[in-house]
Design a protein around this ligand. Structure first.
Ligand code: UDP
Length: 322
């Protein structure tokens, strides 16, 4: 069935890929983005684009027969969230609250929210199930967790069918839609910047973690698998319920393994240097996505690390040649 959907943050990395896949699946998509970190040319040409604040635009437009909202718009720099918390409580929590109020007032029935593994903080065990304690170690994770709580209340009180998807490390690209942050902090795009010559070397943040090679392990999920999960979440969302799903490929790769994969894919030697640990970085973050498998029928298909890196690399090169 074709749905009329609002995609907040649809000019950003994950939002632009999800919006493109939704458009291609035949849905009527309106992208809302204030372009504070997104890019207008990352909006799929067949989506309607409205520039502005997610909550204000939702208040103005949701009455126009929208079946649901996919809410990606957020501030997402962990370091910045520690030095400028107001920006995160304001930009993430208050904006989301106003968005929920607009949904309530307009009777919008479905919501898929971009939550994060950062809601769990330093895990007690691995892989992490949705029942793990939520003890975020940074403000970014705390604001996403606060929004998850607000969504639970609103879904119960107002019959909204809501799903929060807790992403682990999103990577890869979908053709011309990919990761292009002005302030880049993520491992794979930074390593690829070394391969293009835009960066001299990659810093390895800590080589004394209790892992096989001493570097930290993360669960890298391909952005297209993630986009597929959003479509399944929309379909399976149930009125008055707020469901939470962890999304990862279920396999962890170390920083060194990622750098090696980038070396293989790019043919570049990619100099690396060991640097101190980054504050607040857990040693291992791997998702248990069993619940998403059981309840949504989701199965990540693009789990090969070299394949993920190859897609990111193709995107990086096409942008440089554009
Ligand atoms: N990392 C690194 N060097 C960098 C950037 C990241 O060693 O220049 C490490 C980081 O410490 C973490 C992993 O790579 O263990 C993934 O970091 P990223 O920022 O991509 O995602 P996070 O896991 O923090 O969400």
């Amino acid at each position: 069935k074709t749905l009329k959907l609002m995609v907040t943050g649809g000019a950003g990395y994950v939002g632009s890929v999800c919006a493109a896949r939704l458009v291609e699946a035949g849905h009527d998509v309106t992208v809302v983005d204030d372009l504070s970190t997104g890019h207008a040319d990352a909006v799929h040409p067949d989506a309607t684009f409205v520039e502005g604040d997610a909550a204000e635009v939702a208040r103005r437009l949701l009455g126009d027969g929208f079946d649901g909202v996919l809410h990606f718009a957020a501030k997402s720099l962990v370091g910045e969230s520690m030095t400028d918390p107001a920006k995160y409580w304001e930009g993430n929590v208050l904006t989301s609250l106003r968005l929920l109020e607009a949904m309530r007032d307009h009777g919008t029935k479905r919501l898929v929210f971009s939550s994060t593994a950062a809601t769990y903080g330093e895990p007690e065990s691995s892989p992490i199930p949705e029942t793990a304690p939520t003890q975020p170690t940074n403000t970014y994770g705390a604001t996403k967790l606060a929004i998850d709580h607000a969504i639970t209340s609103f879904s119960r009180a107002h019959g909204i069918a809501a799903v929060s998807l807790r992403y682990f490390n999103v990577a890869g690209a979908y053709g011309s839609f990919g990761e292009r942050h002005t302030t880049e902090t993520h491992l794979i795009p930074l390593v690829l910047q070394v391969a293009t010559g835009d960066r001299e070397r990659i810093q390895i943040f800590g080589d004394d973690y209790p892992t096989a090679d001493g570097t930290a392990i993360r669960d890298y999920i391909h952005v297209v698998d993630l986009a597929d999960a959003h479509q399944l979440a929309l379909r399976h969302a149930a009125e008055g319920e707020h469901r939470i799903y962890n999304l990862g490929s279920g396999t962890g790769f170390s920083v060194l393994e990622v750098i090696e994969a980038c070396r293989r894919t790019t043919g570049h030697e990619i100099p690396a240097a060991v640097a101190p640990r980054r504050a607040g970085d857990p040693s291992v973050l791997v998702a248990s996505s069993e619940r998403a498998g059981d309840e949504l029928g989701w199965k990540p298909e693009r789990t090969d690390l070299d394949g993920i890196v190859a897609d990111a690399w193709a995107f990086t090169r096409s942008r440089r040649n554009a």
